[in-house]
Design a protein around this ligand. Structure first.
Ligand code: NAP
Length: 439
């Protein structure tokens, strides 16, 4: 076989894990990582909370992959806008889409477009300085905030709101977000689940951490917690549910300590409407009861006043014009990672937004194996790859960021951190391009 030309669209965890597997398996290939933003690393840079720096250590491994002589970065290139999927298919022997799930699922309730209501993707992008579509940044008015959903993204957001500003000052949080958090006067943060406590999706470590924030105390009503694991709960969830219930029982047993912030866990409450006319003023919730694994609405409503509502109820992938999309699942249409001949998908855009960062590794490795096997079965691979993409981008006047330019951005951000924090991220694509010398 000649040296195959492979493109990976999306330089996040799944893209990097797949790139690493492919260059090991096919050492002669050329592999191009194409990324919408000028900066690589996807959710590791833009999703992981600033107070979890250990989770970002995997970037060192991704940097090593990027340093391999046959790997190139094409940052600031948006597929579907700058280059079409059909053009990738023409230029590359295999194209693997690892574009993640960037769009918030909607609540589909009245008032969700009011100022003061945010999807978690938007909220997390704000504190992680990820350039996204312009919308007013959070201001966090008043003393209460509501977070809808009881998964690890909700836990991340609750921690970021509950921590003292001094604790966050030495992280890579964006400077404007830090200023808003430092000026906020939040005393009550409500983390709300539509199902009962046993069905909460927090990982035990993340839940425990919510009880260990210096200036905050968790509040749980003991009567809200099941005595045992619901009979209908699938076997694979039972152990995690048992652990979560134990942690929540510990929270419920704590005597009030008079700390400045209270983290309220509310269960069996389904969002019904956001209250307010010009800005969010609170939320109306409907009590639910469990019937098996399902939360059934009871017709009994209550309200919580809050100036900020963040919905952390999961994500969808963004459809790419020219690439088959499964509207119902919100993912790239695929069968075990195969989209069509020579086109593949891996990570959250393949299987939906589930699983921690290392879970994408197994997925990416399996799809990389499939690509290697399909390429191995071909008598000849002869597509032009990088040279053709390079020429097309030049002809369209697109300024892309290669690995050397990314390193300039990286070094400039670290320098802006001025030893006070790991880095001060740039807030806009224009600033990044300027730092890269690509404006
Ligand atoms: P998630 O774990 O699926 O949690 C989503 C939450 O939203 C669930 O509580 C779900 O309740 C609720 N929800 C969904 N639709 C709703 C609706 N219409 N109304 C009210 N509530 C609704 O998703 P996630 O928190 O976005 O996390 C995504 C993945 O990233 C997860 O696998 C997570 O573990 C991972 N992650 C990990 C970390 C970490 O390891 N530190 C950090 C962040 C994210 P139901 O159960 O009732 O559907």
């Amino acid at each position: 076989m000649n040296a195959p030309a492979i493109a990976i669209v999306g330089a996040g965890p799944a893209g990097f894990y797949a790139a690493d597997a492919l260059v090991r398996r096919l050492p002669d290939c050329t592999l191009d990582l194409v990324e919408r933003l000028p900066c690589p690393f996807g959710l590791v840079r833009g999703g992981v909370a600033p107070d979890h720096p250990g989770t970002k250590a995997v970037i060192r491994q991704f940097e090593r992959t990027l340093s391999r002589p046959n790997v190139a970065l094409f940052g600031n290139v948006e597929v579907g806008r700058d280059v079409l999927p059909a053009e990738f298919a023409q230029f590359y022997d295999a194209t693997l889409y690892c574009t993640g799930a960037l769009r918030d699922r909607r609540l589909e309730i009245p008032g969700e477009d009011l100022p003061g209501v945010f999807g978690s993707a938007q909220f997390v992008s704000w504190y992680n300085a990820i350039p996204c579509e312009p919308r007013p940044a959070p201001r966090l008015p008043g003393t209460a905030a509501v977070i809808l959903g009881q998964g690890n993204v909700a836990a991340d957001i609750a921690r970021m709101l509950a921590r003292a500003p001094e604790e966050l000052a030495a992280t890579d949080i964006s400077a404007p977000a830090w200023e808003v958090l430092a000026a906020a006067r939040l005393t009550d943060i409500f983390v709300i689940g539509r199902r009962s406590a046993a069905w909460a999706s927090f990982s035990a470590l993340e839940l425990e951490e919510l009880g260990a924030i210096e200036r905050a105390e968790p509040r749980v009503e003991p009567c809200d917690l099941e005595q045992g694991i619901p009979q209908d709960m699938p076997q694979e969830r039972r152990q995690a549910a048992e652990r979560n219930l134990e942690i929540l029982r510990g929270f419920a047993a704590r005597a009030p300590q008079g700390r400045p912030v209270r983290l309220h866990f509310v269960f069996n409450a389904r969002p019904a409407a956001i209250l307010g006319s010009t800005h969010a003023e609170g939320i109306r919730l409907e009590r639910t009861r469990m019937e098996g694994a399902r939360a059934i609405a009871t017709g009994s409503f209550f309200e919580i006043a809050a100036g900020t509502v963040v919905s952390a109820i999961g994500y969808r992938s963004v459809p790419i014009p020219g690439l088959a999309f499964d509207e119902a699942r919100g993912t790239v249409h695929n069968e075990d990672g195969r989209v069509e001949a020579g086109v593949y998908a891996a990570g959250w855009c393949r299987r939906g937004p589930q699983g921690v960062i290392p879970a994408n590794r197994a997925d990416a490795l399996a799809v990389a194996e499939r690509i290697a096997a399909d390429l191995g079965a071909q008598a000849q691979v002869a597509k032009p790859g990088r040279a053709a993409l390079d020429a097309l981008l030049r002809s369209r006047g697109i300024r892309w960021i290669d690995a050397a330019r990314w390193r300039r951005i990286d070094a400039a951000e670290v320098a802006r951190g001025a030893s006070r924090k790991p880095r001060e991220k740039f807030l806009s694509i224009e600033e990044m391009l300027r730092a890269a010398g690509a404006d």
